[in-house]
Design a protein around this ligand. Structure first.
Ligand code: IMP
Ligand code: MG
Length: 180
């Protein structure tokens, strides 16, 4: 597979993001909420570099875009988010593609009464967003290809690759993908 981002480049960028986030929150308590499953590797690397009073939450979201349900309809699974009232929340995902997953999750988290909700993604696919959502932090802009590794999967495989690679059968993968 063609390597798009090496492990070294990803690690360096995650370090920069951690410095930026730590500076912005300035010692204030933060809850990082990762979207399962793709954000796990990014989350694990990022939080270990964050010197802040930190809690971690997780939530699951699946969107159904097949013929059966309306496009973009999102189901938020049982979430494992500790009480966020009076705390800042940073929603974390692997990739911002159309934005249809993250936009409703931001609304969901706002309803829980936090001080603020910001969004961090490692990757952003250029020219794919159908929903207005500016991530407050993002690692890399990438071209519109189907990518795997560093948490991102194809049929739930390849998440463990330490680098990001372009899947050769990109067209087929795009058609078959789900968003977990
Ligand atoms: P969105 O709702 O269209 O923004 O899609 C976001 C979700 O789709 C991500 O959380 C990923 O799980 C998945 N996704 C989008 N693009 C890719 C990709 O290139 N590889 C693997 N998963 C992807
Ligand atoms: Mg995902």
């Amino acid at each position: 597979m063609d390597v798009l981002l090496s492990a070294e480049r990803i690690q360096a960028r995650v370090g920069e993001l951690a410095r930026q986030i730590a500076e912005d929150y300035h010692g204030q308590p933060l809850t990082i909420v990762g979207v399962l499953t793709g954000s796990l590797i990014f989350l694990a690397d990022l939080v270990r570099r964050l010197d802040l009073p930190l809690r971690i939450g997780l939530l699951q979201a699946s969107s159904y875009r097949g013929a059966v349900t309306a496009p973009g309809e999102l189901r938020v699974g049982p979430d494992l988010v500790p009480d966020v009232r009076g705390r800042h929340v940073l929603l974390l995902d692997d990739i911002l593609d159309t934005g249809q997953t993250l936009a409703p999750l931001v609304r969901h988290l706002r309803d829980l009464g936090p001080l603020s909700v910001r969004v961090a993604v490692l990757l952003r696919k250029v020219g794919r967003q159908t929903v207005v959502l500016e991530p407050d932090y993002f690692g890399f802009d990438i071209p519109n290809a189907f990518v795997v590794g560093y948490g991102l999967d194809y049929n739930d495989e390849y998440r463990n690759l330490p680098y990001l690679a372009v899947l050769p059968t990109a067209g087929a993968a795009e058609a078959a993908r789900d968003t977990r």
